[in-house]
Design a protein around this ligand. Structure first.
Ligand SMILES: *Cc1c(COP(=O)(O)O)cnc(C)c1O
Length: 393
């Protein structure tokens, strides 16, 4: 019994690869080779050297004393905000660009909503000198101008998706179409633990460096390698998967996943998939997603662009339905207040995604000796305008 993926690519009843026939050869090539490649000594050497020298790992595990005093628990922050490019996403894009090279691919495609994954992909393509095409909804291109500029500066070609709602799911459709048309020279870098098997497992493995480091660092600070609680925000679920990974099957570690309630779960403007989602297929994977009674994907809403996703990865769908994880949803308002509080108490301005995870301390009570690790998935620089407009600074 494990909460990790099984050999068929499923987490409980969720996962699998529900893909058009024309995509099968690409996905199958990846599926049959990804584990062997990741275990090659040359791969591991290059991956760990880049994580150290380029990304800046290990990221610190910081004991947040003033936050701990306020909330009466031992709160540690895993500082993914200190990674190069400002968030955990680069752990995955570094892994996948090395995978692409091993598979002999020279051209990289990606989809992006808020632009954070697009920037992380453009970054590693520049690093490796590979061609980079990023599909992005026309509306998102307007909303996320600074990230579009970053991608262009890094040498990527940003292609607008003009169909449908002109947002993330349409960009995803364009990327899939591109991959079908360019099966031999192209690798598709997916940005979270979503998509057809083996993507959720591959991305979780690349991000698992987070919980691996937490184990070592906690041993030093608390003489134990596992916390009582590990907390992370969930958009698609990659930073959470990385933070939970080594603790998935350890029942002593309680898992808390925090989703965006937006303006409130009942308002029709939210991204709280566990509360509102039903089983369906999105992005080639069977998982929980927000949909109409006819099975059409609903447009999600959150003040935080990175949590604005209508599904969750299959690992998280299983953690939710099995009861292994506790799922909490947090409104825009409560997240913004938590972001402000962390800034004032600890001198750390978090990404608004991360602020959702920090907001749980207002309602969820812990014991004084509980060791609670919060994955600080990203820094708030990219969100400064949203914070400014919200608080009228
Ligand atoms: C993209 C992003 C997220 C959400 O993505 P996951 O795959 O759920 O981790 C969370 N935090 C930050 C800072 C992000 O950039």
């Amino acid at each position: 019994m494990t909460y990790n993926v099984n050999e068929k690519g499923y987490y409980g009843e969720f996962g699998g690869a529900y893909i058009p026939e024309m995509l099968y050869p690409n996905v199958e090539a990846l599926r049959t080779r990804y584990i062997t490649i990741m275990q090659e000594a040359s791969f591991q050497k290059e991956f760990s050297e880049l994580l150290r020298d380029y990304v800046g790992r290990p990221t610190p595990l910081y004991f947040a004393k003033r936050l701990s005093d306020k909330y009466n628990a031992k709160i540690y922050l895993k500082r993914e905000d200190l990674c190069h490019t400002g968030a955990h996403k680069v752990n995955n894009t570094i892994g996948q660009i090395l995978m692409a090279k091993k598979l002999g691919k020279s051209r990289i495609i990606a989809e992006t909503g808020a632009g954070q994954h697009g920037v992380a992909t453009a970054t590693v393509c520049a690093l490796m000198g590979l061609e980079c095409i990023v599909y992005m909804g026309e509306i998102d291109i307007e909303r996320q101008a600074p990230n579009v500029a970053r991608m262009k500066m890094l040498g990527a070609n940003v292609v607008p998706a003009t169909s449908g709602s002109k947002t993330l799911k349409d960009a995803t459709n364009e990327a899939i179409r591109d991959w079908i048309n360019n099966p031999t020279n192209t690798h598709y870098i997916i940005g979270s633990v979503v998509g057809p098997h083996p993507y959720p497992d591959m991305v979780a493995r690349f991000q698992s460096v987070i919980s691996q480091e937490i184990s070592t660092q906690l041993l030093e600070k608390e003489q134990r390698n596992a916390p009582d609680y590990v907390v992370a925000c969930v958009g698609g679920g990659s930073n959470a998967a990385g933070a939970y990974y080594h603790y998935l099957d350890n029942p002593d570690v309680k898992i808390i996943a925090v989703e965006a309630a937006g303006k409130g779960i009942a308002t029709g403007k939210s991204a709280a998939t566990s509360a509102l989602g039903k089983t369906g297929i999105i992005h080639g994977s069977k998982t929980l997603l927000m949909q109409t009674p006819d099975g059409q994907i609903t447009e999600p809403y959150s003040i935080s662009a990175g949590l604005d996703y209508p599904g969750v990865g299959p690992m998280h769908a299983h953690l939710f339905t099995s009861g292994r994880g506790e799922f909490i949803s947090v409104t825009d308002h409560d997240a913004m207040q938590a972001g402000l509080l962390l800034s004032k108490l600890e001198g750390i301005i978090p990404a608004i995604e991360t602020s959702h995870a920090l907001a749980i301390f207002e309602t969820k009570k812990f014991k004084k000796d509980d060791v609670v690790v919060v994955n600080l998935s990203g820094r708030g620089d990219k969100d400064l305008n949203t914070y400014i407009n919200y608080f009228n600074f």
